[in-house]
Design a protein around this ligand. Structure first.
Ligand SMILES: Cc1cc2nc3c(=O)[nH]c(=O)nc-3n(C[C@H](O)[C@H](O)[C@H](O)COP(=O)(O)OP(=O)(O)OC[C@H]3O[C@@H](n4cnc5c(N)ncnc54)[C@H](O)[C@@H]3O)c2cc1C
Length: 403
């Protein structure tokens, strides 16, 4: 019997749900991903099935209508979905971050108001930090919210790269409420900005919230990434995450906390895409012949396969370790940074090696690896670039080992 591995072992519940998601991926996502990718079409049918499976409520507590599963289980699910197509995991990723923000920092009223409808996928969540002039330097945010005479906040400014920016119903939006604050992060607040899902121009109570046409991207197709324009958009004070008294000027630390679990989530996507690249390489290398034998019989190809499989395993272990530490209530900032850094780079490396193994066919749109080649680089950027992860890891290391 194989030795038990406390990191990769699954509980019966985790096994049942990941088996179910794997079957869903094999039957519904993989056969259809090429079509949606090539047409850059939103996979509405797949999303409807995901709602039925409860995948929008995986981590939302049962009392609010979700499954109440932990980050480790969520990580396992994200790996399976990403093995099929990372755009699918992108559709639930920002939703997961929004749910996390509500569960951890939301007032009871806010939880009651949003979580049950989010658990079913009736409303979907996006989150928005980035702006045209900043991504890594979050404290440089320029979008502002100012309190008006009637107690509402008026938001003005432009956001950038908002995944699910059009179809979401709520956007967790980080803005400056005190532009003069020093240090800068003390003057930032997270608003739960409501809008009409799918509407480019919002009217009525959501007037002043515009969603320009989706940005055109090299990969990560199907799921929309948009700018958001706030021009006199009114947000009630009750929509400050945690309520006005608890949440005003607390947005930066709330978002940084959420990014930590977001990084574990991106790491899981790296594992999923790396795993798929390996599967494709294992198959193709045994089918394709060169110099009288399958290319898998050439040692140079075997070395590539060996390196890829090693990267996949290591990335998976780092990712599950970060998730398990978080679930155990232990510090996991350093580990989440390591997992995100390693697994996203492993995703890129495995996809490139698989692409090379496919030879000229890897460059053809007939082969799945071509899509993975365009999708994988996103993971190096989203939720903090590799450079930013190294900065986080370095800082945390020095904090933990201060002399
Ligand atoms: C498809 C897609 C979807 C996205 N979805 C979302 C979303 O839903 N919500 C959201 O808020 N954002 C989203 N983003 C934005 C993403 O988080 C940012 O692109 C990312 O944080 C990098 O920011 P930037 O693009 O402004 O690059 P910059 O911050 O301008 O960085 C440019 C380069 O400089 C490097 N750099 C920056 N600062 C330093 C430093 N101090 N030391 C060393 N190197 C440094 C970076 O690593 C990078 O290589 C998305 C991006 C993409 C491409």
């Amino acid at each position: 019997m194989a030795a038990a591995s406390p990191l990769i072992d699954k509980t019966d519940e985790q096994k049942a749900i990941t088996d179910m998601v794997r079957q869903f991926t094999d039957e519904q996502i993989l056969p259809n991903a090429e079509h949606f990718d090539h047409e850059d079409e939103f996979p509405q049918d797949i999303v409807e099935q995901m709602k039925e499976l409860g995948l929008f409520g995986v981590t939302i507590p049962e009392e609010y209508g979700g499954m109440g599963l932990d980050l480790t289980s969520y990580t396992m699910i994200v790996e399976e979905l990403s093995r099929g197509w990372i755009s699918i995991s992108g559709i639930i990723n920002t939703h997961f971050i929004g749910s996390y923000l509500l569960m951890k920092f939301g007032s009871e009223d806010q939880k009651q108001k949003y979580l049950p409808r989010m658990a079913t996928g009736e409303i979907r969540a996006a989150f928005s930090l980035s702006e045209p002039e900043l991504g890594s330097d979050v404290q440089a945010i320029k979008t502002t919210a100012r309190k008006t005479g009637d107690g509402d906040y008026e938001i003005n400014g432009q956001k950038m790269w908002v995944t699910n920016g059009l179809r979401s119903g709520v956007v967790f939006t980080l803005v400056k409420t005190d532009p003069e604050a020093e240090p800068r992060h003390q003057g930032m607040t997270c608003f739960i900005a409501e809008k009409e899902p799918g509407a480019a121009e919002n009217t009525g109570e959501y007037a002043g919230f515009t969603v320009p046409p989706p940005l055109k991207k090299m990969g990560y197709k199907g799921v929309e990434s948009t700018e958001l324009v706030f021009d006199g958009y009114r947000c009630p004070a009750d929509n400050i995450l945690g309520g006005e008294q608890e949440g005003l000027d607390k947005g930066f630390s709330q978002m940084m906390d959420a990014l930590e679990v977001g990084r574990v989530n991106v790491a899981a996507r790296g594992v999923g895409i790396a795993q798929r690249a390996l599967e494709l390489a294992l198959r193709y290398s045994q089918e394709r012949k060169a110099f009288g034998k399958p290319i898998s019989q050439h040692q140079a190809i075997q070395f590539k396969l060996a390196d890829m499989a090693t990267q996949v395993e290591a990335a998976r272990l780092l990712t599950l370790r970060a998730a398990r530490l978080k679930d155990a209530g232990e510090r996991s900032d350093l580990e989440a940074g390591m997992a995100k850094l390693f697994a996203s780079e492993a995703g890129r490396m495995c996809v490139e090696e698989s692409f090379r193994i496919h030879g000229g066919y890897g460059y053809s749109k007939e082969y799945e690896i071509e899509r993975l080649y365009r999708d994988a680089p996103l993971l190096l950027i989203g939720e903090g670039t590799s450079e930013i992860q190294r900065m986080v890891i370095g800082k945390k290391l020095l904090q933990r080992h201060k002399i």
